[in-house]
Ligand binder design. Structure first.
Ligand SMILES: CC(C)(COP(=O)(O)OP(=O)(O)OC[C@H]1O[C@@H](n2cnc3c(N)ncnc32)[C@H](O)[C@@H]1OP(=O)(O)O)[C@@H](O)C(=O)NCCC(=O)NCCS
Length: 226
């Protein structure tokens, strides 16, 4: 298939897009990353409700934006078959409103992914969070042949927990983790391939993945490359 992005012949992830009836997840260009880096200044969470383990939303401008860019660029630079982190821009009605992440270690052997996400506040509470999780799960299970997906959230983060429940995850234990410098309880969730199969979304389109499969250590049949 012809590549869309001018550098996709060298870095095929640039062509990766997952489309649902409501939104698109796309591999971000540098211009997309600049839009994403600026979004937290509009607000992602209440000031006293930091939902992330690292308080990256709280830095002063322009340091915060620069740190975010460095983080996403480091994901590209450090990508490997056995340790990758894929941040996809969430696009609704043509505008970027957040990030849907998928991460995995030793994916060709373990077939297990973890996810994380955030939306700018104006985009929250309208079902976008559940739809973008469904989209990344299609990418993981149908696109990459995952066996299971994991997610976690602080026990008070009801929207995140509800999203996991709505798309079919089951509770998978809890642990005490650090939220910045404070211990806080994290609830863990797991979705197995069988449970995903019962709820899969054929209306979600995955485009531009085939040329990226080698970056995930997979052949066209989704089996590990030799
Ligand atoms: C978590 C997040 C991505 C979810 O996206 P979203 O678009 O807001 O979620 P949705 O609208 O798809 O679903 C949220 C669900 O939580 C429910 N919910 C939200 N606040 C709630 C509350 N205080 N009590 C009970 N349910 C609540 C909603 O009703 C909805 O469930 P429903 O469809 O069954 O009614 C988004 O809220 C966000 O970016 N939050 C800040 C960053 C964050 O917490 N990221 C995750 C870190 S683990």
């Amino acid at each position: 298939m012809a590549t869309q992005h001018p550098s996709a012949d060298l870095w095929p992830l640039y062509d990766l897009v997952v489309r649902t009836p409501r939104l698109e997840l796309r591999y971000p260009t540098d211009e997309d990353l600049a839009v994403l880096a600026r979004l937290p200044s509009e607000g992602i969470h209440e000031p006293d409700r930091q939902p992330f383990h690292v308080a990256w939303t709280e830095g002063a401008s322009p340091r915060r934006e620069q740190d975010s860019l460095r983080w996403w660029w480091s994901q590209r630079a450090n990508w490997s078959v056995d340790d990758w982190s894929l941040s996809l821009a969430v696009v609704v009605d043509g505008g970027i409103v957040g990030v849907q992440d998928a991460m995995a270690k030793h994916f060709p052997a373990l077939r297990s992914v973890s996810t994380g996400s955030w939306l700018v506040r104006r985009a929250q509470g309208h079902g976008v969070g559940a739809e973008m999780r469904a989209a990344v799960l299609e990418l993981a299970f149908r696109g990459l042949g995952a066996r299971e997906a994991h997610s976690s959230a602080f026990e008070w983060n009801i929207p995140s927990i509800r999203v996991s429940e709505k798309v079919g995850y089951e509770p998978n234990g809890e642990e005490l983790t650090m939220r910045g410098t404070t211990p806080d309880r994290t609830l863990c969730f797991r979705l197995g391939r069988d449970a995903w199969s019962a709820r899969q979304r054929p209306d979600i389109e995955i485009a531009g993945l085939e040329s990226s499969l080698a970056l995930f250590g997979l052949g066209p049949d989704r089996q590990p490359l030799g």
